[in-house]
Write a protein of this length. Structure first.
Length: 188
DNA sequence: CTTAGGATCGCCT
DNA sequence: GGCGATCCTAAGC
């Protein structure tokens, strides 16, 4: 399988991929928008699900790059990650927020809210709006239902510490589109 | 605007 | 049996 999708080499380190993903168009069954917020996770990263090595849950993280890793958070919300690095490494990028551009009605129906800014401003919200769940775990990002398209131009980036973790808190591995109104939280 | 608590379940120790 | 890479609501300043 090809590691390059939408002009991004998913075999690269996750912090690089996380930055390159900002501005990328992400669609799931035609519903989605452009990615405005990501977080990188890596092996040897205490905050990463892959830190303790391969398990049943994180198996996709140790699979081929350019595939999805989907997990259930707090028994309630699904979260979507893109696998990076070479197979067996255990790295990924959490897709935290996107600017809704396609399938707004489907998103509103799934989310139960109307405001476009509340549709995909967080990893759990995003997965719900795009209809992502366990069914997509391990799926290739190069094939339906996924569709990725490169950003029109390299967007202005901001970086900061990751959100909602208790380990490796100081690592500046959260990336965002500068000035976007669709972030899960503003950058300090 | 900031903070606190509850919901809810699969995974790992 | 404990604990989240979360979200929503309610209450406090």
């Amino acid at each position: 399988m090809e590691n390059v999708i939408a002009g991004i080499d998913f075999a690269a380190p996750s912090d690089q991929v996380a930055q390159q993903l900002i501005g990328t168009l992400l669609l799931v069954n035609g519903v989605g928008g452009r990615i405005v917020e990501t977080e990188a996770y890596d092996r040897l990263d205490p905050a990463s699900h892959s830190y303790a090595g391969p398990t049943a849950r994180n198996a996709a993280m140790f699979g081929a790059p350019g595939h999805a890793y989907v997990y259930l958070s707090h028994g309630i919300h699904w979260c979507l990650n893109f696998v990076c690095r070479e197979p067996g490494h255990g790295a990924g990028v959490l897709i935290r927020a996107l600017e809704p551009l396609a399938g707004l009605d489907a998103m509103r129906q799934r989310r139960g809210v109307i405001d476009a800014r509340q549709l995909c401003s967080g990893p759990g919200k995003l997965a719900q709006a795009l209809g992502v769940s366990r069914a997509q775990n391990g799926a290739s990002l190069a094939l339906p239902p996924f569709a990725l398209a490169p950003a029109a131009a390299p967007p202005p980036l901001v970086a900061g510490p990751r959100i909602g973790i208790s380990k490796a808190v100081e690592l500046p591995w959260r990336f965002g589109l500068a000035g976007s109104r669709f972030l899960s939280r503003p950058f300090r």
